[in-house]
Design a binder for this molecule. Structure first.
Ligand code: MG
Length: 377
């Protein structure tokens, strides 16, 4: 079975204003439309992939699918239905057996979903993925409820919708210009039957700003940080570890308060953001940071995270030293760090280890710290 794919990206994106039209916004470093283009072009059962675009977006399109070796895009029409019809007409010369029609605004499509649609197409002319509706749906007229619909009969419809090519092309030619909201509706109007396969909640459609927030947060990043400071006998200088002052005749040397745990944490946050390192943001040569509370470094990294629309998921810090014993201070450290990161303490781990007397930490010459953070952005 020769299967072509038509990805529809010709809309005006009027419900999601922004600096770029919806198909060309960057999601995890790739344009939204490129996500579905790549998953289809990499699928072994798909022969060809074609995209229907709004011609005014051509430069954005060329940039979005650069180096994928796609054929020329197809120019869409005024309404979605027009765009699909124009796309099908352009595919007709190839005479595929079947076509999958997919909205570019659903970039989170999975291979498993594509497989289910293709499997059903082997025995049916029209296949749509659906998911159950969890909310009660009511018919409302002029602000008043006129009817509560039986929820168990209702399904939300997704794409890709799969069709026998000749059947869907005939339906689109017959019902051209009627502005139906999905392609299966044309088969229904023609009296054909449409079967369903299981859709996926994750395959939701990017429509408004709230959808974008939800989709954008799907990127998880990890950052790691490492730091060392020398221990010195100085009863007059506080020993700061993970924001907690520990009573000791020893202190850590450094330009700031030398809190090795918070420095590693700051570097982990900067690392997850690919935003340089702590030395770039807070140069030791700057007198401003003399004896500074290292909480300020974490706060700045968190400000950068918030500025990028990200949020912290988890932080794991390991302190490497023979002395002081970390156990008695662990809970206070977790609370302190959780406060700096604006998360519950259940998302903060403080661990400690020795190096069995080996190396500079083993000889008590200094303390090392490692931190790993995960963020959603
Ligand atoms: Mg440091």
């Amino acid at each position: 079975m020769k299967i072509a794919v038509l990805i529809v990206a010709a809309g005006k994106s009027s419900r999601l204003p922004g600096d770029r039209p919806k198909p060309y916004r960057l999601l995890a470093g790739r344009a939204v439309v490129r996500h579905s283009v790549e998953i289809f072009t990499n699928h072994p059962d798909i022969a060809t992939v074609h995209v229907v675009i709004n011609p005014v977006h051509r430069p954005l399109y060329d940039e979005a699918v650069a180096k994928l070796g796609l054929s020329q895009p197809i120019e869409g029409g005024a309404e979605r239905q027009d765009s699909v019809r124009l796309g099908l007409e352009a595919l007709a010369v190839q005479s595929p057996d079947a076509v999958l029609i997919h909205d570019a605004a659903r970039p989170c499509i999975s291979v498993a979903l594509i497989d289910r649609v293709i499997a059903a197409l082997k025995t049916h002319d029209a296949v749509i993925p659906v998911i159950p509706v969890n909310d009660t749906i009511k018919r409302v007229q002029d602000g008043a409820v006129s009817e509560t619909l039986p929820r168990h009969e209702l399904m939300a419809v997704q794409t890709p919708q799969g069709f026998s090519f000749s059947v869907i092309l005939a339906a689109h030619r017959r019902f051209a210009g009627q502005a139906m909201t999905d392609d299966a509706a044309l088969i229904e109007a023609a009296g054909g039957s449409v079967v369903t396969v299981e859709g996926e909640v994750e395959n939701f459609k990017l429509t408004n700003a709230a959808d974008w927030e939800r989709m954008y947060r799907m990127e998880t990043r990890t950052g790691m940080g490492f730091d060392v400071h020398r221990l010195t006998e100085d009863a007059g200088r506080p020993l700061m570890l993970c924001g907690v002052e520990i009573a000791s005749e020893w202190a850590l040397e450094g330009h700031s308060d030398a809190d090795v745990g918070l420095h590693a944490l700051t570097d982990a946050l900067l690392g997850a953001l690919a935003a340089g390192d702590i030395g770039q943001h807070f140069p030791p040569s700057d007198p401003k940071w003399k004896n500074a509370d290292s909480s300020a470094f974490v706060a700045e990294a968190m400000r950068l995270l918030a500025e990028r629309g990200g949020q912290l998921n988890h932080a794991d810090i390991t302190l490497i030293c023979e002395q002081p014993k970390i156990g008695p201070h662990r809970d206070a450290m977790r609370q302190k760090v959780a406060g700096l990161l604006h998360v519950d303490a259940s998302r903060v781990s403080i661990k400690a280890t020795t190096t069995e007397g080996l190396g500079f930490t083993g000889r008590g010459e200094g303390i090392a710290a490692q931190a790993v953070v995960t963020i959603s952005i």
